[in-house]
Design a binder for this molecule. Structure first.
Ligand code: FO1
Length: 318
């Protein structure tokens, strides 16, 4: 038999939120050349504090791929110091959203460049280059996009108010994505989704991380056209979120907080759902939603586990 020809590495586009997505991307770069990966990142969590434009999910992806993320929190920089927060505390300033001294440089740079008129995708590329990150990191849109949550029997709040200030310990009755209707995908987003051999939906919160991406006009339809090549990883394992409030948000909004609920939520545009071995008994129910189901270990406790999951995800689409 003649030796088989090497196949070209697949080009991957990944829909990404924060920590779970960053770990998935950390796995993908171990199995696919970084230059073949585009991360399309949620900006619905973005906020302005102390006059600075903060893009938490973009930074979490960036710092993780740069090998610089704080391993304990999964966000912010490793080995941070907190002198600015301490000084701000003495002044009685807002310190509920913790910004480390070195992390602040990122927000200063981003704010300055946006003020000069540079679009967010360009500023993000500049930051990625400065950190030597080879993955193309794209904000889903350059336009303002803000996730807002209506609290049950209370006011509507911005995402970081809900997530950090209120520690997501409050019930939510509705979620909306302010600015989504008028937003257009950032340059390169639709082309990346159209050209990728595999579109990976990272194990991010379906409601507040993947939700804002799909709310940008054109994204969901583009995914639906690529449905057979879209592989999603469930962020729900055995009925609970690996991190954060995804399970509670799903159930508060009337959806089943399980792999079946995720399959139902994603079925229109995802052909395959990767679920954890803990949910192996639910394969038939997932497939009854019209979604092919692959079972593996999905909890990414180490870079090695991330790589193993990435291998399964990339192969699932082939
Ligand atoms: N998460 C927290 O729980 N507390 C914080 O004080 C906090 C600060 C912070 C600063 C910069 C940054 O990039 C992320 C930060 N996060 C913090 C994480 C962030 O709220 C979430 O990871 C995402 O928005 C959800 O994906």
């Amino acid at each position: 038999m003649p030796p088989s020809l090497p196949t070209a590495p697949p080009v991957v586009a990944a829909l990404a939120g924060g920590v779970g997505a960053a770990r998935m991307l950390q796995g993908l770069v171990q199995v696919v050349p970084a230059a073949g990966i585009t991360a399309i990142v949620n900006t619905g969590d973005d906020t302005v504090l102390h006059g600075l434009h903060i893009s938490p999910d973009l930074d979490t992806v960036l710092y993780t791929l740069a090998g610089a993320v704080n391993p304990e929190t999964g966000w912010g920089l490793a080995g941070e110091t907190w002198h600015v927060m301490e000084a701000l505390e003495r002044l009685g300033g807002a310190t509920w959203f913790r910004l480390g001294d070195r992390d602040l440089a990122t927000h200063c740079y981003r704010t300055q460049r946006l003020g000069e008129g540079a679009p967010l995708h360009q500023v993000t590329a500049e930051l990625a280059r400065s950190w030597g990150v080879g993955v193309r990191i794209l904000p889903v849109t350059d336009a303002p996009l803000r996730t807002r949550l209506q609290l049950l029997g209370g006011p509507e709040v911005a995402f970081q108010e809900y997530f950090v200030r209120l520690r997501h310990e409050v019930a939510v009755s509705e979620v909306r994505f302010e600015g989504a209707g008028e937003a257009t995908p950032a340059p390169g987003v639709l082309a990346a989704l159209e050209e990728a051999a595999v579109v990976v939906v990272c194990p991010s919160n379906p409601v507040v991380s993947i939700g804002p991406l799909l709310a940008v006009p054109g994204l969901a339809d583009c995914l639906a056209r690529r449905r057979d090549d879209v592989v999603a990883v469930s962020p729900i394992v055995a009925g609970s979120a690996i991190k954060g409030p995804a399970d509670r948000l799903l159930s508060e909004l009337g959806h089943e907080p399980s792999v079946v609920g995720v399959a139902r939520w994603y079925a229109r545009w995802a052909g395959t759902l990767v679920i954890d071995r803990a949910d192996a008994a639910r394969v038939a129910e997932v497939e009854a939603e019209g979604v092919r189901c692959v079972v593996t270990d999905t909890v990414m406790g180490t870079p090695g586990r991330s790589a193993a999951l990435a291998r399964v995800v990339v192969d699932a689409a082939r």
